[in-house]
Design a binder for this molecule. Structure first.
Ligand code: FAD
Length: 446
């Protein structure tokens, strides 16, 4: 689709229903606006903003559903869609240089516009510096961008292919690397950097690694992994600012470093929608069908804060599995389907020679049940809904409860079985759950 804008003809709108047109019965906000009970809406221009995994999956799903109209995709990066998980793993180790998703723009009849960021909405058009792109449906898949620390010193972040190649080129024998943040990205980068001979220090403000995602009890199990790999992990260590040649720490402290990578989390890329009328709040606020507050606008992947009936709350999941599956629902609904997206969320991390997997969603008050010894190579931790009964510690694994999350280290079968139990909303016998010799599925009570 050619951009329409000042000095350009507006993009063609055809009143006829021809090949390539899709007529749907409006639902949701469109239905509310429809003057008649049954009005057909013509869809022949779909714009996707964001050229990552979620954007490319949305385009593929539109074509898989035989949508034959125009698809325009705007991607802020100069690269065609690529996968991010290998950036901190195989690519950082030097085992591969490209993580391309092999999106076949020609086969998808995709008007792929790289290096072009959307800057706003102008009515039913997406605006960029190069023009306006009118849409009947808009799918937003702009992902998230890393948070940076204050200070004038040079800090790297690890989000894009260019970030990863730049950092990798600097990981030389003896490089003093300071990583701020012991979350998933920090741990994976530390793993690669020590393998490449760097002298690695990780500074973490919380009391344990991955505390925000897992809580301190489960996060504490990861502390020895850093030491065993030769990484200097400093917990409870906030950083004030990034300065030339190092990090300024509270109380006049200083850590000298040749290379500084900030890995303290990401924020959804929604600034371009400020003032557009699309509800924002820790991401693009969408309902269980991934529809935003403005009719015809959908969101998927890292930027979407979707309503989960399963958990009775809004979730924004910054993980690959969500970027893989949510766009198929957004695309289907954009074409008139009425599907809910309500997954049991999943992610994995590969760090210090271990495969770490987490499935589900738990809250601070949920009860932690250990399954095996975290000092071993293979173990799991499970969360069961609700607080522990006021019983003596020895009796706390007794009883029953609804399984809400499972963390596994080198026990992929537990992850798969746990996921099925959660999808089915099963209640488990916590004593059996705690026994690593009992298959997890056999902990189910009903
Ligand atoms: P993104 O991949 O962020 O893509 C969004 C795209 O939109 C970007 O290219 C961005 O530049 C573009 N964009 C932003 N704003 C605009 C705009 N205004 N106009 C046009 N384009 C715009 N998850 C796991 O589950 N397991 C892992 O092991 C794992 N490892 C990871 C390792 C790294 C280094 C990173 C960075 C992430 C990792 N993830 C992992 C997370 C996973 O990669 C993300 O959840 C996934 O990439 C999200 O996909 P997305 O398409 O929603 O967003």
């Amino acid at each position: 689709m050619a951009p329409s804008g000042p000095g350009r003809k507006a993009a063609r709108t055809s009143p006829e229903t021809g090949p390539g047109r899709r007529l749907v019965t409006p639902s949701g906000p469109d239905q509310a606006r429809a003057p008649l009970a049954l009005v057909l809406v013509q869809i022949d221009r779909i714009v996707i903003v964001g050229g990552g995994l979620a954007g490319s999956r949305a385009a593929a799903e539109l074509r898989a559903r035989e949508y034959a109209g125009e698809i325009t995709m705007l991607g802020a990066e100069p690269h065609p869609p690529y996968d991010r998980p290998p950036l901190s793993k195989k690519l950082m180790m030097g085992e591969l240089d490209s993580t391309s998703l092999d999106t076949d723009a020609a086969a998808l009849r995709l008007d792929l516009r790289l290096d072009e960021a959307a800057t706003g909405l102008a009515g039913r058009a997406v605006r960029s510096e190069r023009g306006d792109y009118r849409f009947d449906r808009l799918i937003v898949a702009t992902g998230a961008a890393p948070v940076r620390l204050p200070g004038p010193g040079r800090q790297h972040v690890l989000r894009t292919l260019d970030d990863a190649l730049d950092i990798r080129a600097r990981l030389r024998q003896g490089t003093r690397l300071a990583i701020v943040g012991a979350g998933w990205i920090g741990a994976e980068l530390a793993t690669a950097a020590v393998t490449r001979g760097c002298d690695v220090t990780v500074l973490e403000a919380a009391a344990t690694p991955a505390a925000a995602a897992l809580g301190e009890a489960a996060g504490a199990t990861m502390v020895p992994w850093y030491a065993a790999a030769g990484v200097d992990l400093r917990l409870g260590q906030p950083v004030e600012s990034v300065q030339g040649g190092g990090l300024a720490l509270p109380g006049g402290g200083w850590l000298e470093a040749d290379l500084i990578v900030t890995a303290v989390g990401v924020r959804p890329c929604t600034g371009w929608l400020d003032g557009s009328g699309v509800d924002l709040g820790n991401g693009i606020v969408v309902d269980s069908r991934l529809q935003a507050s403005v009719p015809g606008v959908y969101a998927a992947g890292d930027c979407a804060a979707f309503w989960s009936g399963r958990y009775g709350r809004r979730l924004r999941v910054e993980h690959w599995d969500t970027a893989l599956h949510s766009p198929t629902v957004a695309a289907a609904n954009a074409l008139g389907a009425e599907q809910d997206y309500d997954p049991v969320p999943y992610f994995w991390s590969e760090q210090f020679g271990r495969m770490v997997q987490y499935v589900g969603h738990h809250e601070r008050e949920d009860r932690l049940v250990w399954r095996g010894d975290p000092a071993d190579e293979h173990w799991a931790a499970c969360w069961v809904a609700g607080p522990a009964a006021p019983e003596p510690a020895a009796a706390q694994t007794a009883g029953a409860g609804r399984l809400v999350a499972v963390l596994t280290v080198g026990r992929p079968r537990d992850m798969l079985q746990g996921r099925r139990l959660m999808q089915a909303g099963r209640t488990v016998d916590t004593a059996r759950l705690a026994d690593p010799d009992v298959p997890m599925r056999d902990a189910a009570m009903t």
